[in-house]
Design a protein around this ligand. Structure first.
Ligand SMILES: [Zn+2]
Length: 319
């Protein structure tokens, strides 16, 4: 008989995630069909409630910053969010991501993307996104390769292929018409080529999802209830083995989101719903604390809806 030894705890410990690169965490999420939400930071005080909600529910999420968060809203800068993140985040539950660095932006302007990506890498962002989706495929591949070269192995890279509309000025074409025509949907063969030729870590796809409006009065309005073409997603997933990303998470009917998680979507970007909760409460109460709580409530609701309460524990064990 062996003497009673110190009990070994078989319960996985989410703390193991702290030491892992975000690319590995996402690989596990993808393998287990777990969603990792990525929440945008349009206002700096939103970092805290997002991190608090995610840690409290033992989940895992990304905190992300896009150019519109800086230029059209008030998060300050990539640096301001990085500083806030570093002072508050538990890496077992969150990482920092640079969202959308477009080569050509929503208004058709060429963007000096290299210094923007370099800035995030220098600030220690765990992953970056280069958006060459408005370029011809060969050029999209070329810029994505370049970013992979400067980012790896320190940071993971997300690319985009297909047209996720919604950020452009002017009215969106009627949604049903867009969906039926499949216009702008990611081409599965092109996706396979882009991933193989660039070694990119994650790929953002267009399968009926649309961005929330960020320009003018439309940004306060309720988003259209988008659907997802899950069969088309399956075609993409059959040809592409990396985790896929769904932009424009707010307003997509939940059944479609959960279906998408079963067919390769591992990261879902969420901007509009927490932002609107924060803004509305701040407008009504002029109380930042109350606005933060409103945002936290929306975040917690997403974690429950996506069935990822406790996901950090699942992600802590290898696949
Ligand atoms: Zn996006």
């Amino acid at each position: 008989m062996t003497p009673a030894s110190a009990p070994t705890d078989p319960t996985p410990d989410s703390k193991a995630l702290r030491a892992l690169p975000v690319a590995e965490i996402m690989r596990r999420a993808h393998h287990r069909h777990l969603l990792v939400p990525a929440f945008n930071i349009p206002y700096l005080p939103m970092v805290e409630p997002i991190l608090a909600a995610v840690a409290e529910l033992r989940s895992f999420a990304l905190v992300q910053v896009a150019r519109p968060d800086i230029e059209r809203f008030q998060c300050g800068s990539y640096q301001a969010v990085a500083r806030e993140f570093r002072s508050l985040a538990d890496l077992a539950h969150a990482r920092l991501h640079q969202d959308h660095v477009p080569v050509i932006d929503e208004e058709g302007r060429r963007i000096e993307w290299r210094p923007l990506v370099q800035e995030a890498l220098d600030l220690g962002y765990h992953s970056v996104m280069i958006d060459g989706s408005r370029l011809p495929l060969a050029q999209n591949i070329a810029v994505t390769r370049e970013v992979v070269k400067i980012a790896h192995p320190a940071a993971a890279v997300e690319a985009e292929l297909g047209a996720v509309l919604g950020h452009e000025p002017g009215p969106l074409p009627p949604y049903e018409e867009l969906f039926r025509s499949g216009r702008g949907f990611t081409d599965p063969e092109e996706a396979a080529r882009l991933v193989t030729e660039t070694a990119v870590d994650w790929l953002s796809v267009a399968i009926g999802n649309i961005h929330g409006a960020i320009i003018g009065a439309a940004r306060d309005q309720r988003k259209v209830e988008a659907r997802l073409h899950l069969e088309h997603l399956r075609y993409i997933q059959e040809r592409v083995r990396v985790p896929l990303v769904l932009h424009g998470g707010t307003g997509i009917q939940l059944a479609f989101v959960l279906g998408a998680a079963r067919h390769g979507i591992a990261k879902i970007n969420i901007g509009t719903a927490p932002r609107q909760a924060y803004e509305t409460t701040l407008r009504q109460t002029s109380d930042i604390r109350a606005a933060q709580q409103a945002a936290a409530k929306v975040i917690a609701g997403h974690l429950r809806d996506y069935h990822i309460v406790g996901s950090a524990l699942l992600l802590a064990s290898p696949v």
